[in-house]
Design a protein around this ligand. Structure first.
Ligand SMILES: *Cc1c(COP(=O)(O)O)cnc(C)c1O
Length: 430
């Protein structure tokens, strides 16, 4: 008898790229049959507790009946129509919600189709804004090291140069101004020297710089760095002082992950441009948005081009918009802050044990994020196998083993995730 599952995996290995992998030596992949709540079920029979929320996105867990219903209701009306010359209720409703829940000054919305594209659009907005104001020299971006903003070229050009292999594309990638990564810890002391250093970059480069782009409070894929809100406060002041727009990339941090609905709220600042994505549809499908202020939007529209030069084919996809509306309502109807505080309490208590292990350099938590930093990089294939044996789904990168579970995770599940991390390190299964 032919084993169906073997065929799937062979074909997969021979023909399909997975994220950041090789075609000749791919990392193993595990076939999923279905997923429900905070569980992922493999075709081989294992049931795994999810610690990743599918990369920050599945905040309500999988197969949520409310989100499923939103999709089926919408699909019976239309799954897609072009957004050029047409509009529809799901898009209008979603944009109304986004304008009302994001910082007050952000009231113009661009609907894009993935996080990286929303970053591309944010960058275009900033460049077009200054051009329309008659500043022809502002064609660079400024950004901290350790950032991550996506994999398309403009987005990649503002990612950490080492992590995203800028040297490989030199000559092709635009060169931007990199400042040191924020160093004061979220709960630490912010030193005025850090603000002075930041200002020295603004003073030296502002004439060439259209915008400063940063992930507020948590630099995620570039190292899970939780930094001090005062950094953002100073950044806002410097951007105003030196005529530089502030782009906050909340694609990972939006929708409660850090304990506030948006991470900029920790610093009580408003960016000029805001990118959101990932959890926007509750992890059901891809959708992102770029929001900006009237000042920037009107500035762009008064410029020579007169229009914002972007318009994806699947812009404003009704299915995705309807799902995003349902996901936002579902989140806001729940006591989400309490849920996230509870997740934080459990992660903080349970991961603290790891601090005593020799290989552990740091343990930190913020909102519904828990991070254990090791003194060496993990062997992803090896630790992945170990985690599956333990009945959990956790995917580390570099020296970081981290959790960002769905908000519906109960104490028992969270404890199991934390115990699996402890066991992996203690038994050197990495
Ligand atoms: C994931 C991510 C992106 C890219 O989003 P995609 O949907 O993968 O294109 C951009 N910025 C941040 C902060 C992210 O976490």
């Amino acid at each position: 008898m032919i084993n169906k599952q073997t065929i799937n995996l062979d074909f997969d290995r021979e023909h399909i790229w997975h994220p950041y992998t090789s075609m000749t030596q791919p990392l193993p992949v595990y076939p999923v049959s279905h997923a429900n709540a905070n569980r992922i079920f493999l075709e081989t029979g294992e049931s795994l507790i999810d610690g990743m929320a599918s990369w920050w996105s599945a905040i309500h867990g999988y197969c949520h009946p409310v989100l499923n219903e939103a999709i089926t209701t919408q699909i019976s009306k239309m799954s897609h129509v072009m957004f050029g010359g047409l509009t529809h209720e799901p898009a209008v409703e979603l944009c109304k919600k986004l304008v009302s829940i994001t910082p007050e000054s952000l009231d113009k919305v661009f609907l894009a189709d993935s996080g990286s594209v929303s970053v591309e659009v944010a960058i275009k907005m900033a460049l077009q804004y200054w051009l329309s104001q008659g500043y022809t020299g502002k064609q660079k971006l400024m950004t901290p090291l350790k950032g991550y903003h996506g994999d398309t070229f403009a987005a990649m050009s503002v990612c950490d140069p080492v992590n995203s292999m800028h040297s490989m594309y030199s000559g092709f990638l635009p060169e931007h101004v990199f400042v040191p990564a924020p160093s004061a810890k979220f709960n630490g002391e912010f030193s005025p020297a850090e603000a002075d250093t930041l200002e020295s970059y603004f003073a030296a480069h502002h004439q060439d710089v259209a915008a400063f782009i940063i992930e507020p409070i948590v630099q995620n894929a570039g190292g899970m760095n939780f930094y001090h809100p005062d950094y953002l406060k100073h950044l806002r002041i410097l951007c105003d002082k030196y005529d530089v727009l502030l782009i906050c990339d909340e694609i990972a941090t939006g929708f409660g992950r850090t304990g506030t609905l948006f991470a900029v709220e920790h610093a009580n600042i408003e960016p000029d441009i805001l990118c959101i994505g990932k959890a926007l549809t509750g992890g059901m499908m891809t959708l992102s948005t770029t929001l900006t202020t009237s000042k920037v939007a009107i500035g762009i529209s008064e410029g020579e081009a007169g229009v914002l030069m972007h318009g994806p084919t699947f812009m404003g996809n009704p299915l995705a918009c309807a799902t995003a509306c349902a996901s936002i309502d579902l989140l806001l109807e729940q006591p989400w802050q309490e849920q996230i505080e509870h997740i934080n309490d459990v992660l903080t208590t349970q991961l603290a044990k790891c601090k005593h292990l020799d290989a552990v350099v740091d343990v930190r938590t913020l909102g519904a994020i828990g991070v254990v930093e090791l003194n060496r990089s993990v062997d992803v294939a090896k630790i992945q196998r170990f985690f599956i044996e333990q009945g959990v789904w956790i995917r580390p990168f570099g020296k970081l083993i981290y959790l960002m579970p769905p908000y519906i995770s109960d104490e028992q599940s969270l404890t199991k995730l934390c115990n699996a991390i402890y066991a992996a390190i203690e038994q050197q299964a990495y």
